[in-house]
Structure formats: structure tokens, C-alpha cells
Design a binder for this molecule. Structure first.
Ligand code: FES
Ligand code: FE2
Length: 368
């Protein structure tokens, strides 16, 4: 966690959505023979990569007497606890060896398990499935697919950005979908200025997940020609093809943006992941084939992308100061309507009702 975030202190907690995939770490941080600690939904975890390349995520706690497994050793195959040397196969969590046992003991080590979480690599992240409390070890029955940045060609480039936020995941998410902060938080000559504010009207429709009682329900800002006042979209105009943008929000925490321009495309998946009930982290993974052969596009995109995310981060650090006293807040129409839908969808998911706040497509209007 950055110093910035620690300085600010955290605002109030919120209820978390368990039973889904969350990105825990960049997969590049995981090398065979090394363990890396992570905090996900308030759960201390230890992650690593076995010699065969497979990733694992364990609760960072020995089932024997509770010392963090990360304090011990990992040889690329087994995690050994520092305290009494119990050895665990880390993908399934099964104990393979208890050094203190003698032939007189009847305890079968393989009936002991450290808690292992399903862990998969996708788009450069180690995604971890965090089950509902009490789901036990029977969860191997049909997990939802690991989220992924959509890609529309074989060759593409990717980039990643990350920022810690000192607020709970709800504030991170509604900040992400907030259409009215752009001209104030993201003022820059290359993006847009306050003077360019104008009225917008965008159509939204429901994304339903009736099959799973709305577990990955959300809403879509229907494909539209992007706002003419932003420079990156003007750049895409060089291809001379019509440009469309689609933005999806899907529970629990995912924002997909897809920009298509003939055969050229840019797509991103932004997730806001609860680190604890009162702090979160934004991860952005972008993939594109636009300007594939133009040199320096990635460093330039990274430079502007980082500034953009840093502006949101700085704003939320300041906001966290106000949130610490847990004040009553306002959500206004139409600009905060997506935030209202998010809260309704989250409640529907937590209660398992499958209700959706969007009965039919609607047009929202705001100035930005
Ligand atoms: S606490 Fe881990 S082996 Fe005893
Ligand atoms: Fe923003």
C-alpha cells in the first residue's frame, strides 16, 4: 500500500461480495520458489507459483497453530510451515507430511488441509476465487469463468495500471462510473477542460444474469459515438472509420470499456477490489491493436493513463478524509443514477433476489 493511502487513513467499511473472482496480484510478481503475501476481502493470503507454472493462493495461516505460512518455506512444490515443519501441497492445500509423527501415531496427515483458494492467471493477474464463508472445500463444483479483457484480434498489446484507494469498495466503484467528475478531476489540455462541458444523453440497458439469480448482473451504456470533446477519440479519427464505445458495469466490481473502429479496437477491464472492508484497489488492464506498429504508443499511453488514475486516486484520498466521520451522502438524478443502480444490484446479489433496477432501457442526461 502506498504511503499516500496510509497517511489518509480509511473511511467506513462496507459489506463485501463473496463467491466471486478478484485479482489479488500481478502474476509477474509470482516466481517459482517464492511466496508473496496479499490481502483480499480482508483475508490474509499467500500466493506463489509452482515449478510446473500453476498458481496457488492459500490462507496465510497454518491450520496447526495459526502462524502465517508465508513465514515458512516454499521450494517450488511444497509449502513448509516454519513452526513445526508441516508440509502442504499448496494448490489443494493438502498436508503431505507431519515431521513429528511416529509409527505409533494414527493421524493421517493428508486429512489435514490448509485453506486453498482457486487461483488462475488471466490478463497478467493472479485471480483468486473467494468463496462465501462456510462454503467449505466442496466449492470445486462449477466456478464462474475468470473475468477477462475482451480481445478482437490475435495480435494486441497490453498495459496495466494500479492505484490503492483509502475508501471502501463502494466509493471506488461509484467513483469509477461517475460521469460528472471528468471535467473537474481530469482537467488537462489533452483530455478536456471545464469549458468543454456540454449536455450528454446516453442510453443504458440492463445486463441480466437470470441463470445465476443476477450474480453477474449489471448495466450497459449502449454503443454510441464517443464524446467529441476528448483528444484520444479524436486521435482514433485518423482511421476514418466510425468509432463506437460500449461501457459495461458488471457485479461485483467490473467495468468493461470497448472502443471499436473498424478492425481497430481498444478494450479495458477496470476492477475495484476490496482489500479490506474499508479500503480497495483499482486495477486497469487495457488491450489494443490500434497504432500497433507506431513506436512509443505504450509508454505514452501509460504516461497519460497513470496521470488519469492518479487524479482519481488523489480525489479519493481527499474524499476519505471527509468520509471518516461516515456522513450522510447524496445521490442525485441523473448523474448519480448509475451509482443508485450499483447499490440496488449489490443488495439484490447479497440477498439473492435476482431483482434488477433497470426494467427497460433508459436515457440519462447530464452535463460533463
Ligand atoms: S503451526 Fe504450522 S506446523 Fe505447527
Ligand atoms: Fe475518474
Amino acid at each position: 500500500m502506498s504511503d499516500l493511502v496510509q497517511l489518509a487513513g480509511a473511511g467506513p467499511s462496507t459489506e463485501l461480495i463473496f463467491g466471486d473472482w478478484y485479482p489479488a496480484l500481478r502474476a509477474s510478481e509470482l516466481r517459482a520458489g517464492r511466496m508473496t503475501k496479499a490481502l483480499l476481502l480482508g483475508i490474509p493470503m499467500v500466493l506463489g507459483r509452482k515449478r510446473d507454472g500453476s498458481l496457488f493462493a492459500l490462507r496465510d495461516m497454518c491450520p496447526h497453530r495459526g502462524i502465517p505460512l508465508s513465514a515458512g518455506w516454499f521450494d517450488g512444490e511444497r509449502v513448509t510451515c516454519k513452526y513445526h515443519g508441516w508440509e502442504f501441497e499448496p494448490c489443494g492445500g493438502r498436508c503431505e507430511h507431519i515431521p513429528s509423527l511416529t509409527p505409533h501415531d494414527t493421524l493421517e496427515p493428508t486429512r489435514v488441509f490448509a485453506q486453498a483458494f482457486p487461483c488462475q492467471q488471466r490478463d497478467g493477474y493472479a485471480w483468486v476465487y473467494v468463496p462465501e464463508a462456510g462454503a467449505g472445500r466442496s466449492l470445486s463444483v462449477e466456478l464462474p469463468p475468470v473475468p477477462e479483457v475482451p480481445k478482437f484480434s490475435d495480435r494486441y498489446r497490453t498495459a496495466h495500471l494500479v492505484a490503492d484507494l483509502p475508501c471502501n469498495v463502494d466509493h471506488g466503484i461509484i467513483g469509477l462510473m461517475d460521469p460528472a467528475h471528468g471535467p473537474f478531476v481530469h482537467q488537462a489540455w489533452w483530455w478536456r477542460s471545464r469549458a468543454s462541458i456540454h449536455q450528454k444523453a446516453k442510453q443504458f440497458e440492463a445486463i441480466r444474469d437470470d441463470l445465476h439469480r443476477g450474480r453477474n448482473a449489471g448495466f450497459r451504456m449502449v454503443a454510441h459515438a464517443p464524446s467529441g470533446n476528448s483528444a484520444p477519440y479524436k486521435l482514433l479519427g485518423v482511421y476514418g472509420e466510425p468509432i463506437t464505445t460500449t461501457i459495461d458495469f458488471v457485479l461485483p466490481n467490473r467495468r468493461y470499456e470497448t472502443i471499436r473502429c473498424g478492425p481497430k479496437w481498444f478494450a479495458s477491464l477496470t476492477t475495484v477490489t476490496p482489500v479490506t472492508p474499508s479500503t480497495c484497489r483499482i486495477d486497469v488492464c487495457a488491450a489494443w491493436n490500434v497504432f500497433y506498429h507506431v513506436p512509443l504508443v505504450k509508454p505514452i499511453a501509460m504516461f497519460f493513463g497513470k496521470r488519469f488514475v492518479a487524479q482519481d486516486q488523489q480525489t479519493m484520498v481527499e474524499q476519505a478524509e471527509g468520509l471518516r466521520s461516515n456522513p450522510a451522502l447524496m445521490l442525485i438524478d441523473d448523474a448519480d443514477k448509475p451509482a443508485k443502480w450499483y447499490f440496488a444490484l449489490k443488495q439484490a446479489r447479497l440477498k439473492g433476489t435476482g431483482d434488477h433496477p433497470l426494467r427497460e432501457p433508459v436515457t440519462l442526461r447530464w452535463r460533463s
